[in-house]
Every structure is written in structure tokens, then in C-alpha cells.
Design a protein around this ligand. Structure first.
Ligand code: COA
Ligand code: ZN
Length: 310
């Protein structure tokens, strides 16, 4: 049985999962400034974008310039999402040290998202693993999308998740693995149960939860994952987002809401709430932004007050 951890890593994904939901190009300089502000607010791990086909996601067409700005930044976990070996090669050439490789537990979603079968995606994970294996300072995380629910096929059976994990474990048994609630339709009890089952079966992975707040239970889902022993949580400042390949899904659980919930329970996150909310306001002002978040909307003095004692 895993115990809940007294501090957690929050991975800020607004620059990837969030920005990709905005159709109009965000100026590269604005993206860089916002990422810098997140670092000043205490973000230690940030997914700064994705090396994907610019035809699939035009918003990421300037990924090379953003990576060039941040490559080599010490002491931070700055990652980029890659859907295939070409993306991984581009990321490594740009000097990135952390890759997030994504594929889905649902065959339909994988086809829509990356135009491959699950079997092909697993083969490409193996190719990427071989590519980076000689280079010990490169880290890879696998995002297993639709690990609970698929926008096209409905509930994803846990057997499909365990089967994908079996195949990942055969290639890279010690990677960080995120179970992703791509649609936000998972519920807290299911999240805890799936993590407990997966964690008892695979003891080499480091576990992460990537949640969306579409059904209003994003924070609860993260807290139940934490109860199961998960220590890494993806979140998007201001709740920015909505995946182009998950119709109807809203943004990730808002970073500020997660920080509030964890810090209130004495679980450290490393964030400065006032600064984080200032970034959330700027994100919410981006033209075309679709945002969520509770904390940003409550009176600021109360949002930044010390947590209520236990
Ligand atoms: N980065 C940049 N360009 C890429 C690329 C990458 N990672 N992978 C492929 N391309 C380019 C190819 O060079 C090719 O360009 P060309 O037509 O000018 O020669 C074009 O994209 C098509 O390549 P192909 O291998 O046939 O890809 P595809 O059309 O089957 O698309 C993906 C597959 C994975 C590249 C595409 O679906 C994609 O980028 N999906 C991203 C999905 C995503 O980010 N979803 C949200 C996150 S969950
Ligand atoms: Zn997502």
C-alpha cells in the first residue's frame, strides 16, 4: 500500500495542452514571457509545447524557437510532448532533455490523435527508447491518453490500460507514466482504484495523473490519486484548454485550484499563489482563451490568505 506524499510535483501544461486549444496564433514572445512568469511563480516542471505536425496543431509551429529559448535552462524540468520519433529527434536536436511521449489506451482515440494503431505507437515508443538510451541525461515520460474514458468509444476498460502498461513496461519499466483523463469524465473513486491496481502490478514506474476538469471533479480526482500514492500532477494555469482531439473536453484542472487543495492539506507544491494568479489573469486575457478555475474568481485577498489550520 502506498502512502500519500507530503509534497507533490505539479507539471504545468498550459503552454502545451492549453495553448493548443487556441486557434489564433499566440505570438512566440508572449508564450515565452508567460512561461518565464510561470517559472517566477514557482513552476518547476513545465510542458513548454509539442513537436507535432504543424498541420495537426498549427499553434505549435513555433516550437523550435521556444525550445531554443529554454534549452539548457538548469534546475528545471522543462519538457515537450512528442507523438512520434520525428518529434523526439526534433526535440533532442533543439536541446530539450525531457520528452513526453503520448499514445492512447483507446484504439479510436489513438487513430484520431496520432493517426496510428496502438501497436504502431508502441513500436515507436521502442524506437524512441533506443534513440535516447545512450544518452543518460534525457528523461522520457509516457502519457497514456484516454486511460479512463474515450470521447469516441466511451469508458475504456481497465484491461486495455493494463495491457498498454504491460507493453510499456516491457520497453521502459522505470519511466514516469501518466494515466490521463483526457475527457475529464473519470470520477475520483475510479481514479483511485485504477491507480491502486496499476501500482500494485508495476512497481518500477513513477506515477503521474493528468486530469481535465470538464465534469467538475478535476481536483477531487487528483486528491484521490494522491491518496493512492501518486506524486505528480498535470495542471493548467487558469484551467486553460480543451483538446482539439477530445471534442467537448474542457481544460486541465486549474493549477491554482490544485495548489490551493494541496497546500491547504499541508502538501507542498512550491508555488507562490499571488504570482500564480497574476499569470492566470494574463492567460485568461489571451484572445480566444477558454478557461476554468475557481481560485482566480474568488476575492484575491481570500485566495492568497494562509490555509485554514487542520
Ligand atoms: N513534428 C513536425 N512535423 C512532423 C512531425 C513532428 N513530430 N511528424 C510528422 N511531421 C510532418 C512530416 O514531416 C510530414 O510533413 P510533409 O507532409 O511536409 O512531408 C507531415 O507531418 C505528415 O507526416 P506523417 O508521418 O504522414 O504524419 P501524419 O500525417 O500521419 O500525422 C502525427 C501523424 C502524429 C505527426 C500528427 O497526427 C500529429 O502531429 N499529431 C499530434 C496530436 C497532438 O498533439 N494531440 C494533442 C496531444 S494529446
Ligand atoms: Zn489533456
Amino acid at each position: 500500500m502506498h502512502r500519500p506524499l507530503s509534497s507533490v510535483d505539479i507539471v504545468e501544461v498550459a503552454p502545451r495542452d492549453g495553448f493548443q486549444s487556441i486557434a489564433a496564433p499566440i505570438p512566440t514572445r508572449t508564450k515565452i514571457e508567460l512561461i518565464e512568469s510561470l517559472i517566477e511563480a514557482g513552476s518547476r516542471r513545465i510542458e513548454i509545447g509539442s513537436f507535432v505536425s504543424p498541420r495537426a496543431i498549427p499553434q505549435m509551429a513555433d516550437m523550435g524557437e521556444i525550445a531554443a529559448h529554454f534549452a539548457g535552462r538548469a534546475g528545471l524540468g522543462l519538457s515537450v510532448l512528442v507523438p512520434n520519433p520525428k518529434g523526439a529527434e526534433l526535440a533532442l536536436t533543439a536541446g530539450m532533455k525531457e520528452l513526453v511521449y503520448v499514445f492512447s489506451a483507446s484504439e479510436q482515440h489513438n487513430q484520431k490523435n496520432v493517426r496510428r494503431s496502438i501497436a504502431q505507437s508502441i513500436q515507436e515508443l521502442s524506437d524512441i527508447h533506443s534513440l535516447i538510451a545512450p544518452n543518460r541525461d534525457i528523461r522520457v515520460r509516457v502519457d497514456l491518453a484516454t486511460a479512463f474514458d474515450c470521447p469516441f468509444a466511451g469508458e475504456v476498460p481497465i484491461e486495455a490500460v493494463l495491457s498498454a502498461l504491460d507493453r510499456i513496461a516491457a520497453i521502459c519499466p522505470t519511466y514516469e507514466i501518466a494515466l490521463c483523463d483526457t475527457t475529464g469524465r473519470a470520477n475520483p473513486f475510479q481514479v483511485r482504484q485504477r491507480f491502486e491496481v496499476a501500482m500494485s502490478r508495476f512497481d518500477g514506474f513513477r506515477w503521474a495523473f493528468h486530469g481535465h476538469d470538464t465534469f467538475g471533479v478535476g481536483v477531487a480526482n487528483a486528491l484521490f490519486a494522491h491518496q493512492a500514492g501518486v506524486g505528480v500532477f498535470d495542471a493548467s494555469v487558469a484551467g486553460l484548454g480543451g483538446c482539439p482531439f477530445a471534442p467537448g473536453a474542457t481544460g486541465n484542472t486549474a493549477t491554482e485550484d490544485l495548489v490551493f487543495a494541496f497546500e491547504g492539506g499541508g502538501v507542498g507544491t512550491g508555488y507562490d499563489m499571488a504570482r500564480l494568479l497574476a499569470v492566470a489573469d494574463r492567460i485568461a486575457d489571451l484572445p480566444g482563451a477558454s478557461v476554468g478555475s475557481h481560485l482566480r474568481l474568488v476575492p484575491r485577498m481570500r485566495a492568497t490568505a494562509a490555509p485554514i489550520a487542520a
